[in-house]
Design a protein around this ligand. Structure first.
Ligand code: AHR
Length: 497
C-alpha cells in the first residue's frame, strides 16, 4: 500500500496554541485522593502531593488543567474546599455517588498546578448555583486584596492571587445526567449573566460557554446556536466534549471515529460563524475541546462500586494498543483545526480515564495512551501545516472513504524542525508514504518513533509495559522525498531537522 503527501512551509493552518495539550483533573474516583494527593505516600511532598505523579505530569508538558469538574462541579460548593482542613464539611458527591472529604480544594489545586507548571482552567457551578457563587470565587481567586473574599484567601494562607485566567461557565449543561441540567434558553441566559458579573470582577479573564456534551446529543447543534445567542458577547470560547469506545469490537470502524470528531468541530465552527454574522459581530468565537478521550472499558465495573465511599476506583479504563492509535488520531484532528481549536483537555490525567495510573500506596505506570499524548505535546509545537494527501481508503460500518493514513504536520520554526504524526489504520498492511518535502531543503531524518503491536488489545500494567515506543530505521530521505514506512496498525512520529 502506498500514499502520497505534499508538504510546504507556506501551507500554514495556524500557530498552535500550546493549550491544546491541556488535561483535566476532576474530584472524582482516585484522580485526586490516591492520585495527585496522598500525604501518606512514600513520595509525598510537604503538601501531601505525590512526587512520582508530579514527575510524570511534568514529562507530558501539560500547559493547562481543568478543575474541579466535570459533573462533580454542578453540585459543588467551592467554599467547602477552602480554609482549615479540619473544619471542611464532608459532602455527598451526587454526580458520582461518592463521599467528598474536601481535603483538597481550590488553594491546594492551585498549589499543585504550579508544581507541574500548568495553569488552572477553573469551572464554576451553574447546576445548583449561579451568579453569586461564581463572582465570589473569581474575587477569592483573583482579586489582590482589601475585600471580603480576597482577604479570606489571604487569611487562608494565600497572600498572592491565583490569577486564574480561563473559566468554564458550568459543565455539560445540556446533559440529562447533569445536576441542574438546563434548556438552551435557561443556560444561555444564566451563563451570560454569570459571565457579565465574573468579568466585572476581573475583566482580564477568559470564559468558556458550554457547548454540547457530544456530537450524538439530540440537541446538537441547536444547543450551540441558541446558547450563543445569549453568550456570544461574553464568552471567548465554546466547549466541545467527546468520548469514543470500541464497544462492538470493530477496530476498523473504531479507528475511523475521528471522522466524526472532525465533523463535530466543523459544525461547531459553522454554528459560531453563523452567530457571528447574525450579530454583525467582529469577534471570532474559538473552540475549547475541553473533554476528549477514549472511555468505555470501565462502564460495567463502575456500576458495581459501593455508593458513598471515599475515592473509590471509578472510570479506571485500562487502555489497549488500539486506544493509543485513536488518541493519536484525535490529537491529529485537533492539530488540523488549530486555527479555531485554541484549547483542549485530554480527559482526564490521573487514574480516571487517564494516561497516568497509580496504586494507592504503591507505584505508578504509563498507560498506552500516554505515548501519543507525550510525543504530540512535546514535539507538536509551532505552526500546524496543511498536508495534501492522497491515501487509499476503506469503508466501515459507520463511515465511508476513511483514509488509511491519518496525519498532522507541525513546523517548528524556532527549532528548524518538521514533525509528522501519522497513524496507519490498516489492520494488515504496512503503508509507504512518499512525502514531497520541497521547501525543507537539506532537512535530515532525526528520528522515526513508532508505536506498534501485533495485538490490538495489548495493555500496560504496573511493571509490564507491553505497549511502548521504539525507534524505526525503515524511513529515509531520497531526492527531496521522505519515504515514510508505517507498519500495519501503528502510530508514528517522524522528525526532520
Ligand atoms: O470526564 C468524565 C465525565 O465526562 C465528566 O465528569 C463529565 O463532564 C463528562 O460527562
Amino acid at each position: 500500500h502506498k500514499a502520497k503527501m505534499i508538504l510546504d512551509k507556506s501551507f500554514k493552518i495556524s500557530e498552535i496554541n500550546p493549550k491544546i495539550y491541556g488535561s483535566f483533573i476532576e474530584q472524582l474516583g482516585r484522580a485526586v485522593y490516591g492520585g495527585i494527593y496522598e500525604p501518606t505516600h512514600a513520595t509525598a511532598d510537604e503538601h501531601g502531593f505525590r512526587k512520582d505523579v508530579i514527575e510524570l505530569v511534568k514529562e507530558l508538558q501539560v500547559p493547562i488543567i481543568r478543575y474541579p469538574g466535570g459533573n462533580m462541579v454542578s453540585a459543588y460548593n467551592w467554599e467547602d474546599g477552602v480554609g482549615p482542613i479540619e473544619l471542611r464539611p464532608k459532602r455527598l458527591d451526587l454526580a458520582w455517588s461518592s463521599l467528598e472529604t474536601n481535603e483538597v480544594g481550590t488553594n491546594e489545586f492551585a498549589t499543585w498546578a504550579k508544581k507541574v507548571n500548568a495553569e488552572v482552567m477553573m469551572a464554576v457551578n451553574l447546576g445548583t448555583r449561579g451568579i453569586d457563587a461564581a463572582r465570589n470565587l473569581v474575587e477569592y481567586c483573583n482579586h489582590p486584596g482589601g475585600t471580603y473574599w480576597s482577604d479570606l484567601r489571604k487569611e487562608h494562607g494565600f497572600e498572592d492571587p491565583h490569577q486564574i485566567k480561563v473559566w468554564c461557565l458550568g459543565n455539560e449543561m445540556d446533559g440529562p445526567w447533569q445536576i441542574g441540567m438546563k434548556t438552551a434558553y435557561e443556560y444561555g441566559r444564566l451563563a451570560a449573566e454569570t459571565a457579565k458579573a465574573m468579568k466585572l470582577v476581573d475583566p482580564s479573564i477568559e470564559l468558556v460557554s458550554c457547548g454540547s456534551s457530544g456530537s450524538g446529543m439530540a440537541t446538537f447543534p441547536e444547543w450551540e446556536a441558541e446558547t450563543l445567542e445569549h453568550t456570544y458577547e461574553y464568552a471567548d470560547y465554546i466547549s466541545l466534549h467527546q468520548y469514543y469506545g470500541n464497544k462492538e469490537n470493530d477496530t476498523a470502524n473504531y479507528l475511523a471515529s475521528t471522522l466524526d470528531m472532525d465533523n463535530f468541530i466543523k459544525t461547531v465552527i459553522a454554528t459560531c460563524d453563523y452567530m457571528k454574522a447574525k450579530k454583525r459581530s467582529k469577534k471570532t468565537m474559538y473552540l475549547s475541546f475541553d473533554e476528549w478521550n477514549v472511555w468505555f472499558h470501565s462502564n460495567d465495573q463502575d456500576k458495581k462500586v459501593e455508593p458513598w465511599s471515599t475515592a473509590p476506583p471509578l472510570l479506571e479504563d485500562i487502555y489497549t494498543f488500539e486506544d493509543a492509535l485513536l488518541v493519536g488520531s484525535m490529537l491529529n484532528t485537533l492539530l488540523k483545526h488549530s486555527d479555531r481549536v485554541k484549547m483542549a483537555c485530554m480527559a482526564q490525567l490521573v487514574n480516571v480515564i487517564a494516561p497516568i495510573m497509580t496504586e494507592t500506596g504503591g507505584g505508578i505506570w504509563k498507560q498506552t495512551i500516554f505515548y501519543p499524548y507525550y510525543y504530540t505535546s512535546v514535539y507538536g509545537r509551532g505552526t500546524a501545516l496543511h498536508s495534501i494527501v492522497d491515501s487509499p481508503k476503506y469503508d466501515s460500518k459507520d463511515f465511508t472513504d476513511v483514509p488509511y493514513l491519518d496525519q498532522s504536520v507541525v513546523y517548528n520554526e524556532e527549532k528548524d524542525e518538521l514533525v509528522i504524526f501519522a497513524v496507519n489504520r490498516h489492520l494488515e498492511n504496512p503503508l509507504v508514504v512518499d512525502v514531497d518535502i520541497r521547501s525543507f531543503d537539506g532537512y535530515q531524518l532525526v528520528e522515526h518513533i513508532v508505536l506498534e503491536n501485533d495485538d490490538p488489545k495489548a495493555i500496560n500494567t504496573i511493571g509490564n509495559e507491553q505497549v511502548k515506543p521504539r525507534n524505526s530505521n525503515q524511513s529515509y530521505i531520497e531526492n527531496g522525498t521522505l519515504v515514510a514506512a508505517l507498519p500495519k496498525l501503528s502510530w508514528n512520529m517522524i522528525r526532520l531537522g
